[in-house]
Every structure is written in C-alpha cells, then in structure tokens.
Design a protein. Structure first.
Length: 236
C-alpha cells in the first residue's frame, strides 16, 4: 500500500545548546578559565555581548554547542541538505533495509507554476486542475515504481539493485547534527524571510524542514535567535 504525504517531520532528539554556551566561549579570550563562571549565570545579563558577536561576525563562539535532529523528508530534499558539508549525517540505507512506500505529493498550498527565466523566475499558485494532475500523475508513478521494486525483491534481487527504480519523491530519514553557527548558515540559505539582509529563494520542501528546525532552535537559544534576526539573518 503506497502512502502519500505532503509534510515533513523534524524532531530534536538530543542537544547541548544554550545561549550561555556562546558567552563562556566568547569570554575565554579575556577571562581565561574564569569564563566558565558564565555557564551558571543568567544569559539575559549578557544579551548585548551576543548581539555584538553576531553584528561584528565573531562566529566561533556560536560553535560550542550541538543539536541532533531526526528528519523525515523526500530524498530530493536530502540531496540539497547534504550540500551543507559541516553537518554530520546518518541516513537510512536502501542497501540494508526494505524501503517503505511513503511518497511525497505537494499540498494544496504549494505553488506549482514557474514563471520567468532562470534567475528571474517566480512561482505562482496552480489551478485546481493542475493540482489534481500533479496528484494523479505522481501517485500513479509511485505505485508503478514501488510495484517494480517489490517484484524484484520477491525474485531475490538484492535491495541495493532493486532500489534503483525508486524515485526521489520517496521519503527517507536521517539524523543531522550541527552547531548554531552551521544552523544559522543553513537558515540564511534555506528560508525566505523579510528580515534577511540578503534574500534567498529556497525550494519550498527544504524550507519546510528549515522552518521546523528554526522553531526548535529558537526555544533552546532565544537570545542568539533574536540576534540572528536582528542582524539580517546573516550567519556570523
């Protein structure tokens, strides 16, 4: 049975990340070992230092933390994600497990029509007929490809060979680990936000992942997140 899905999943599975991590890392340059006292202090008292570091792009203090996310999204999203090379990734393998029939179809709010030329194009809403076409054609293609995959597996073909017939609309899952500096760089490229000093134009599906990650990160490091937004959403 093929399952159709239009959303992505992002879960924070573990972390060691707080605004105080930025503060003790930054203050070691002037306070040495005494900077560890910042671990137990209220970071609100040093909000200005975090903003200064972000504004003047002193980036390394934002690296002394860690967040690991579980992400389930279409394979084509992961292909873009893996271009962010300072992250750590482990993805499920079609060599070692039978891949599950969960496939992506855009939701009704996903803009479908590309207008203009490369570098100048915009996306517009599709008609009801276009949405129906996308849903029908995608689902039909998914069912056919997964049936071919199953046929080969049942004939004893190795999983690593049979998986070649599956499309990039198939959902995969992975763990992705980063620090706040790497996450800010990711968000600057993979979200479209009016507060950004430099606008980006990400594909909507990876932006869906980025938005969920940002919401989780903002709860862990609210002062850093506020400074990121206040300084044009540019990674330090």
């Amino acid at each position: 049975m093929v399952k159709i899905q239009s959303d992505v999943t992002v879960e924070l599975v573990k972390h060691s990340a707080s605004d105080s991590d930025v503060l003790w890392a930054a203050r070691v340059s002037t306070a040495g070992e005494q900077s560890l006292e910042e671990v137990h202090k209220d970071p609100q008292r040093s909000k200005g230092l975090i903003n200064f570091l972000m504004r003047d792009r002193h980036g390394s203090p934002f690296e002394h933390n860690s967040m690991t996310f579980f992400i389930s999204a279409p394979i084509f999203v992961f292909r873009e994600f893996h271009r962010h090379r300072v992250w750590s990734y482990n993805e499920e393998s079609g060599r070692y497990r039978e891949l599950q029939p969960v496939f992506y179809v855009p939701g009704k709010d996903r803009k479908l029509v590309q207008e203009g030329r490369p570098g100048k194009y915009v996306f517009a809403d599709g008609t009801d007929e276009q949405h129906a076409l996308v849903e029908r054609v995608m689902e039909g293609s998914y069912r056919q490809s997964y049936a071919a995959y199953q046929e080969m597996l049942e004939a004893g073909i190795a999983r690593e060979v049979a998986r070649a017939v599956l499309p990039v609309g198939l959902f995969s899952s992975m763990y992705a680990t980063c620090n706040a500096r790497a996450l800010m760089h990711f968000l600057s490229l993979r979200t479209k936000d009016d507060r950004a000093a430099v606008q980006s134009f990400p594909q909507r599906e990876i932006e869906m992942v980025a938005e969920k990650m940002e919401a989780l990160w903002a709860e862990l490091m609210p002062l850093t997140h506020e400074a990121f937004n206040g300084n044009g959403r540019v990674a330090p």
